[in-house]
Design a binder for this molecule. Structure first.
Ligand code: AMP
Ligand code: MG
Length: 423
């Protein structure tokens, strides 16, 4: 009835049902962090015209063969080209033109000699060009000229579909004049908590009750990975309450319904019953710690994930299973999270399940060193708050000595995958 699954097996089975959501177009300024839904081709050569990479003088090679600091070659300066202007002048033998970085190189010019290598080593704004310039060295053809199309040719694919747009990507789109960007929609996730013991944060604690912290943790995780959280509130441990909240979630046109608690085998756990009656549900025991029970199925054809109730279990379950699903839903391909090899500064005991341990990882004397934070019980949120990483202790491992190396997920160190409004 309930199979025991490896973490990677469970994640693979879960990922199979998720496909990217549909596409939309967003203004360029809102596209950072979004995932491209189509290949981007360039309509231009970039740079669009040959231009100078230095402030200096456009010159011809043959005029300067003999130039040196002791015996400079002096040329008349026949024009002045600031960035942003074009000239129809064609440089003749024996002439030079003052030119600024980024300005189009005039026809006939073969190189740009930087101001530093002339007697006019000045570039204060507003300073008029000199009538003549003395050049201190020869030049080679093409020197300090960025040719048209040096970076990109018309028609080339410059950004592939499924790429998550980083600041530099957005800059390239701007260079290409892309005002609206085809991206995948942000996945929408309905979220609810279950349990008679839960109070909204607005209410003071009273006998036997605790605040619903999972709603806040999970909403923030959903948003952090670029999806939209739609919080549906707390469902009491009653069949009707669970049924109501699931119905409400189904009407929200979401790509995933996520719950916490109520999936362990307890007398009051109705989530399982309600989902099974209106869809299908797998009830998994995953060989991991924390967060062994995981419910996965469909409620009225919407994928449903039921995370365990303890806050740390919910958090870790999200990072292990829901984050990759959101990445896949969002159209990106980078759902495998990079791990960092770290060295243990203490011996560690484990119970043979694949364990995700709360730790602080610091860079110390040339290596990343990890120590555990506080009590590792799945209800102890404080030790997760004190941690900046999760150490991954493989299944089958019962103990590791100090100095052993393990994989770690750095939780805070990277903004990879963050949506623009959360980054
Ligand atoms: P359950 O999965 O319903 O057996 O819950 C496991 C543990 O998690 C219990 O101690 C619950 O009180 C706690 N818990 C469940 N839901 C939440 C929540 N939303 N916020 C904080 N703790 C919770
Ligand atoms: Mg409960």
């Amino acid at each position: 009835l309930t199979e025991l699954l490896d973490v990677s097996e469970a994640r693979q089975k879960l990922l199979e049902v998720f496909e990217p959501v549909g596409g939309q177009r967003v203004p360029l300024a809102q596209s950072a962090g979004r995932v491209l839904a189509a290949n981007i081709h360039s309509d231009y050569d970039l740079p669009p015209f040959a231009n100078s990479s230095m402030d200096g003088f456009a010159v011809r090679v043959d005029d300067l063969h003999t130039a040196s600091r002791e015996k400079p070659v002096t040329l008349p300066v026949v024009a002045d080209i600031p960035a942003g202007e074009v000239t129809d002048l064609e440089l003749q033998p024996g002439q030079s033109v003052r030119i600024m970085t980024g300005a189009p190189v005039p026809a006939g010019a073969e190189a740009v000699i930087p101001v530093e290598d002339t007697d006019f080593n000045a570039r204060q704004p507003g300073l008029p060009a000199p009538a003549r310039v003395s050049v201190y060295r020869p030049v080679v053809s093409g020197e300090n000229i960025r040719p048209r199309g040096m970076d990109i040719h018309t028609g080339e694919i410059v950004l592939p579909a499924h790429q998550r747009l980083r600041p530099q990507d957005v800059g390239l789109l701007a260079m290409l004049g892309v005002k609206e960007v085809p991206v995948f929609k942000r996945p929408r996730v309905a979220l609810f908590s279950t349990g008679d013991e839960l109070l909204p944060v607005e209410e003071p604690l009273r006998g036997g009750k605790i605040h619903d912290s999972n709603a806040y943790i999970l909403s923030a995780q959903i948003e952090r990975y670029g999806a939209e959280a739609v919080y549906m509130g707390i469902a009491k441990d009653l069949e009707d309450a669970v049924s109501d909240v699931l119905e409400k979630a189904a009407r929200e046109e979401v790509d995933l319904i996520l719950s916490s608690a109520g999936v362990s085998v307890g007398a009051f756990d109705f989530v399982r019953k309600v989902v099974e009656e209106n869809g299908r549900l797998g009830f998994w025991r995953v060989n991991m710690r924390p967060g062994k029970p995981l419910a996965f199925g469909h409620y009225r054809n919407i994928p449903f994930v039921g995370l365990p109730g303890n806050p740390v279990s919910a958090f870790v379950g999200f990072e292990v299973f829901v984050r990759p699903a959101l990445v896949k839903l969002s159209g990106a391909l980078d759902w495998v999270r990079p791990a960092q090899r770290v060295t243990l500064s203490q011996a560690i005991e484990s119970d043979g399940r694949e364990s995700y341990l709360r730790a602080v990882v610091v860079f110390n004397e040339g290596k990343w060193v990890a120590r555990l934070t506080g009590h590792q019980g799945s209800g102890n949120l404080r030790s997760l708050v004190q941690a900046n990483a999760l150490l991954i202790i493989g299944s089958g491992v019962k103990s590791l000595p100090s100095g052993a190396e393990v994989d770690a997920w750095i939780l805070d160190g990277s903004t990879a995958g963050l949506a623009p409004d959360q980054a």
